[in-house]
Design a protein around this ligand. Structure first.
Ligand SMILES: Cc1ncc(COP(=O)(O)O)c(C=O)c1O
Length: 434
């Protein structure tokens, strides 16, 4: 490759089709189908009916017995932990490299998160560290398919089944992803999905819980869906809102997690396009990986584990400073941006969740000492910097390239790839810059 002056240093800009790229990255886009579905809800005599229709479609798509739509992903995760029996003083194993609300739902049940380190290739939970951290108090394992990378489910399920611990899969980044031919969310005991606006399919806000375990489904219902309690088969749960039992006031266990029917209607339309959209993203990403990846072993494309079909919520490459002439990542990103490549500035990926005062200071949330030092805690859990070294390192290495959601001309991808390769190949020019 000929030596070209980087745009950051006054050379010509390598990527100039920025407006076209911006359009191709615009996400989500709502079309006539979603608008029609919304109007149908507004004009319907059965305004909540679409919720069941969405759930039936989702169950068919996933191949699970039970689907319970939620008002957001966070509430579906809360319900999942509750469903598998998490309660005060229990420990729940969770990845350190995830979205904070997946973890704080453990605290919402007065239980304690125990953070597990991640695999350096893709940031999914490390099964060996997972097993090391099991104690007699471990009540559940939470797995996230982070940024669409599918976690090593066979190893995780092996650990879980040997210890008799249920697994909750957070699939908020992985709608439609597969592990050895099975949809993620159906491998663990309960699967959860966010339908928030940025996700691969969306209702703008919304969430879904899936399970094939009737008991878990019924417990999720009793937590946050009072209107469905009369349908439950377990009399111990149905009795909280049993219309046949004579005059009684209804109740549930304190939450109202029903999805907005308009969100369900929009998400139902989007579900119908999910596979096709995932395929377009996959093709774009694969094309770019093949063209940028070989340029250097210091700039490594996102990992897709053998036997998995991951999704592309984000497009995070790993930058190894020591193999890139010791040029800091931030400088590399500035050079990409100068070429016209909209690489992510600042942090990309997640900081370890426990780098927050809630954990580091073990904040009193539910009253002095609760939950971290409450009487029901048998052995205190500490949150010290350094405890998940891979997760602590990971975010420093990430460089976000744009996710191209829609079909584009190959020459747009070629130009984009060439611009990135230009910076990779000429990274030494950045050594003395800035
Ligand atoms: C991994 C993960 N889990 C859970 C959630 C929470 O979902 P919601 O925003 O729908 O409550 C998110 C949201 O971004 C997420 O990224």
């Amino acid at each position: 490759m000929k030596r070209e002056t980087l745009a950051l240093l006054g050379g010509p800009k390598a990527f100039t089709r920025e407006e076209e790229l911006k359009e191709a990255c615009r996400w989500p886009r709502f079309g006539d189908e979603e608008k029609r579905a919304m109007m149908e809800v507004l004009e319907s005599d059965d305004i909540y009916g679409v919720i069941r229709e969405f759930e039936e479609d989702f169950a068919r798509y996933m191949g699970t017995k039970y689907v319970l739509a939620h008002n957001n992903g966070t509430s579906s995760i809360h319900a999942a932990y509750f469903a598998v029996g998490v309660g005060p003083g229990d420990e729940v194993l969770t990845s350190a490299y995830t979205w904070h609300l997946q973890v704080s739902q453990i605290l919402a049940l007065h239980a304690l998160p125990v953070f597990v380190d991640v695999n350096p290739e893709d940031g999914t939970i490390d099964p060996e560290d997972l097993e090391r951290k099991i104690t007699p108090r471990t009540k559940a394992i939470a797995v996230v398919h982070v940024f669409g990378a599918v976690a090593p489910m066979e190893e995780i399920m092996d650990v879980a089944s040997r210890h008799g611990i249920p697994v909750v899969e957070d699939c908020s980044h992985a709608h439609g992803a597969e592990y050895k031919g099975r949809k993620v969310g159906t491998i663990g005991d309960v699967g959860c999905f966010s339908l928030q606006n940025s996700k691969l399919m969306t209702g703008i806000e919304g969430g879904v819980l899936v399970t094939s375990n009737r008991e878990y489904y019924e417990r999720a219902v009793v937590l946050g869906h009072y209107e469905r309690i009369p349908e439950l088969s377990d009399p111990k749960l149905r009795r909280f809102n049993d219309r046949k039992a004579g005059p009684m006031a209804p109740s549930c266990f304190g939450f109202k997690y029903r999805i907005h029917p308009v969100a369900a209607a929009v998400a139902r339309v989007q579900l119908g396009h999910l596979d096709e959209w995932n395929e377009v993203r996959r093709r774009n990403v694969t094309y770019l990986n093949e063209r940028i990846g070989p340029a250097s072993d210091g700039f490594v494309p996102p990992y897709e584990a053998p036997g998995t079909k991951r999704t592309w919520l984000n497009y995070l490459w790993q930058y190894f400073q020591d193999k890139m002439g010791d040029v800091p990542r931030e400088r590399f990103i500035e050079a990409l941006i100068a070429e016209g490549v909209p690489a992510s500035r600042g942090r990309a990926g997640y900081l370890p969740v426990y780098w927050n005062p809630v954990y580091e200071e073990r904040a009193s949330i539910w009253g002095p000492g609760y939950p971290f030092e409450a009487p029901y805690v048998e052995v205190p859990v500490e949150y010290k910097r350094g405890m998940c070294p891979v997760a602590e390192e990971m975010w420093r290495r990430m460089v976000g390239l744009p996710v191209i959601h829609w079909k584009v001309e190959e020459d747009l991808l070629d130009e984009l790839a060439e611009a990135v390769v230009k910076v990779v190949k000429n990274v030494d020019q950045l050594k003395n810059w800035g």
